[in-house]
Design a protein around this ligand. Structure first.
Ligand code: OOG
Ligand code: MG
Length: 260
């Protein structure tokens, strides 16, 4: 794929995000888009955001639980980048009008105290490099029509990243059994999804290890201070104006927001 094509696709997705409208998925016009050049498009999109003076605050893994893989019909974990303008205050407001067709996901986030450089990274190494874990809600908002895509489409679209809310309590990873975190995602006080954190690749630290190993193949690493989402533990849930969203996680605390 030519550089000019990558730029055209990245711009197409950035315009869709900025103008808050769904667009036809990229592989309809570019059937040759594969996983490798989809990440090259994502890199271009990330570069364009950085040129707009946005800064990377962390990364996200996606499609790391069976529930998510089945919901989206995509079988492989993916990653994307989190930017400073995606951060929403805990128990703050998400303006529905700034989104296309948002969904929410309950996730565990890792705050790194040390760099992690793949290949060969294990979950134990991730835990040793993690300063804190925090409860998080990710708001995903695919730029594609009807939230439908193939693996290369969603990679090019920065893994549907839109917003993220972090809880206020920081927990040291050695003080908790991180594969056994029970959680409830509720909307308007009603439990909608529930699961235990082992749903994410057996242990959420495995998702961070997989990310470090994928980046390692490109000569990149996870950096101290970054905050990394391990991927949704349950299916994502559609949200609408007026919804009060909360996730409670055993031993980690709670996190929430309201859609206005
Ligand atoms: C892709 C992003 C998935 C997760 O946590 O699994 C994701 C999507 O479903 O649109 O963020
Ligand atoms: Mg997610």
């Amino acid at each position: 794929m030519q550089i000019a094509e990558k730029k055209t696709i990245a711009q197409y997705l950035l315009d869709a995000e900025r103008e808050r409208r769904e667009v036809v998925r990229v592989t309809v016009d570019y059937p040759e888009l594969n996983v490798e050049n989809a990440y090259a498009v994502q890199e271009e999109l990330v570069r364009m955001k950085c040129e707009e003076n946005l800064s990377i605050v962390g990364m996200k893994m996606g499609l790391t639980s069976r529930a998510k893989m089945e919901q989206m019909g995509v079988e492989e974990p993916i990653y994307g980048y989190l930017f400073n303008n995606m951060l929403l205050e805990n128990y703050g407001e998400l303006s529905f009008g700034t989104c296309i067709h948002p969904k929410v996901e309950a996730e565990i986030a890792f705050i790194l105290g040390k760099d992690i450089e793949g290949p060969g990274i294990t979950g134990a190494q991730v835990l040793a490099a993690t300063q804190y874990v925090v409860p998080a809600l990710e708001i995903i908002d695919s730029r594609y029509e009807n939230f439908r895509f193939t693996l290369p489409d969603v990679i090019a679209d920065n893994a549907s990243a839109s917003r993220v809310v972090f809880g206020n309590s920081l927990t040291r990873p050695d003080l908790i059994d991180l594969e056994l975190v029970g959680m409830i995602l509720s909307i308007n006080g009603k439990a909608r999804e529930m699961a235990a954190s082992a749903a994410v690749l057996g242990h959420p630290a495995h998702a961070i290890a997989a990310l470090a190993n994928m980046l390692g193949r490109k000569g990149e690493k996870l950096k101290a201070g970054q905050i990394i989402l391990a991927g949704a533990v349950t299916e994502a849930v559609r949200i609408d104006i007026g919804d009060i969203v909360q996730a409670k996680m055993d031993g980690l605390g709670d996190v929430g927001f309201t859609v206005v």
